[in-house]
Design a protein around this ligand. Structure first.
Ligand SMILES: O=C(O)c1ccccc1NCC(=O)[C@H](O)[C@H](O)COP(=O)(O)O
Length: 216
């Protein structure tokens, strides 16, 4: 079965166009001002509106402990499909806000908490994202524990579980074979080494798509 692909932290129209043309499933817009991939909601709205093909991509708003009013504005101005609250704040208020706007949300699990104690919040997320526990919350290109991730996929079924953290074109196929996630979520591994401001490498995105779609 094909594995989904989300490319996270887009900031440029050419990268959005490449994602649409290459068949990426979802894109993340980083709304946290401290991220090097931050995009002002106003600029992101212009970017999306001016990019042919961007309509077909699932739009995920990534935030870190944003206020609910900011989040509400972002949902409306960016026509978001999913919220991805990625910080330390309790997720329930964002989940309820998403439900009120009739959109979904992504539950981020950072690191390797005890699986038997994980309780999926209500309203239920569209998917669970397993990410590395890193300073700066995410986007550091650091792997999480794939053994834990494989167990989480089983334990959380039937909720889809996506894998993030240090996925690159070189390890994506191995990550899929080992963890069997519903999707991969990639920020650093879709960028040229040393790229600033979230600029993406289109060859890397094409290679990630090949890994996600498999040999068939
Ligand atoms: O990407 C960021 O800069 C970021 C900052 C703060 C919170 C979340 C962030 N990214 C969220 C993502 O979904 C990334 O794709 C995920 O953390 C994996 O990143 P990477 O290891 O760089 O592929």
């Amino acid at each position: 079965m094909a594995t989904g692909l989300k490319i996270c932290g887009l900031t440029r129209a050419e990268d959005l166009r490449a994602c649409a043309a290459l068949g990426v499933d979802a894109i993340g817009l980083n709304l946290w001002p401290e991220s090097r991939r931050f995009v002002e909601p106003h600029d992101a709205a212009e970017l999306l509106a001016a990019t042919p093909g961007a309509d077909g991509l699932v739009r995920v708003g990534v935030s870190v402990d944003a206020s609910l009013s900011e989040t509400e504005r972002a949902i409306a101005s960016l026509d978001l499909d999913l919220l991805q609250p990625h910080g330390d704040a309790p997720v329930e208020p964002y989940a309820e806000l998403a439900a009120r706007y009739d959109i979904g949300w992504v539950w981020v699990v950072r690191g390797t908490p005890a699986l038997e104690r994980l309780r999926v919040p209500e309203p239920a997320p569209r998917w669970v994202l397993l990410d590395a526990a890193v300073p700066g919350f995410g986007g550091a290109g650091q792997r999480t524990d794939w053994g834990f991730a494989a167990e989480a996929v089983e334990a959380l079924a039937p909720i889809p579980v996506w894998l993030a953290g240090g996925i690159t074109p070189s390890n994506a196929a191995e990550a899929i074979a080992t963890v069997r996630p519903a999707g991969l979520d990639v920020a650093s591994g879709a960028e040229a080494p040393g790229a600033s401001a979230g600029h993406k490498d289109h060859e890397a995105i094409a290679a990630l798509i090949r890994a996600c779609r498999g040999p068939g």
